[in-house]
Design a protein around this ligand. Structure first.
Ligand code: GAR
Length: 215
């Protein structure tokens, strides 16, 4: 089996990156993490990646004086240099232009800390509490031209408790992120997923059903 050469793009601490790297240590996992790239030179995740012996790169967006496409051309060049086949965004806090999105159609995935299409954008946990939703969670999706949009691969739900703060809710959601992101990358890298329009199929067995009722 040839493992798909995967790059993880980060901007910060890289806990999802860590979950993907750990999963990829299993010999049967269909993706190998060949590169971790950050747009911030001080991202904590870079040190962690180096500890795992993974190649790292920095493309600092501040050096492109607001020219998003020039920044993305450089990111794309680094991905090509490393012969990358799949890209996983993991807390990569840059809005992408159609340039990078089109270059990686169906080969770039992202994790978002909410049950999309609810709560796109930032401050998802604050807004989930404000809106009074009872179930919240995280989504891994293929990246499309719209922010936090694109065909959904997997979702994980958690309950919202009466006394939750944005921080307590964030840490419950983060645990589910670490569960679903390795599973999503496995599905994509093994070629099990099929994208047609806005829908992704092939992720679950016919008899996999589960429900979470809360409260
Ligand atoms: C994660 O919660 C991820 O879902 C979120 O940033 C955090 C990064 O944490 N991403 C977004 O908000 C993207 N819209 P990590 O660096 O520990 O993985």
């Amino acid at each position: 089996m040839s493992r798909k050469r995967t790059a993880i793009l980060i901007s910060g601490r890289g806990s999802n990156m860590g979950a993907l790297i750990s999963a990829s240590m299993a010999p049967s996992y269909p993706a190998e993490i060949a590169l971790v790239l950050s747009n911030r030179p001080d991202a904590k995740g870079l040190e962690r990646a180096e500890e795992f012996g993974i190649a790292t790169a920095v493309v600092d967006h501040k050096e492109f004086s607001g020219d998003r496409e020039a920044f993305e051309r450089q990111v794309d060049a680094v991905l090509k240099d490393h012969r990358i086949e799949l890209v996983a965004l993991a807390g990569f806090m840059r809005i992408l232009t159609p340039y990078l999105v089109n270059a990686w159609t169906n080969r770039m995935i992202n994790i978002h800390p909410a049950l999309l299409p609810s709560f796109k954008g930032l401050a998802t946990h604050e807004r989930a509490i404000e809106e009074g939703v009872k179930l919240h969670g995280a989504t891994v999706h293929y990246v499309s031209a719209e922010m936090d949009d694109g065909p959904i691969i997997i979702q994980g739900a958690v309950p919202v408790l009466d006394n939750d703060t944005p921080d307590t809710l964030a840490s419950r959601v983060l645990q589910v992120e670490h569960q679903i992101y390795p599973k999503a990358l496995e599905l994509v890298a093994s070629g099990k997923t099929r994208v047609s329009g806005t829908r992704v199929t092939g992720g679950a067995g016919q008899h996999d059903t589960a429900s979470l009722v809360w409260p």
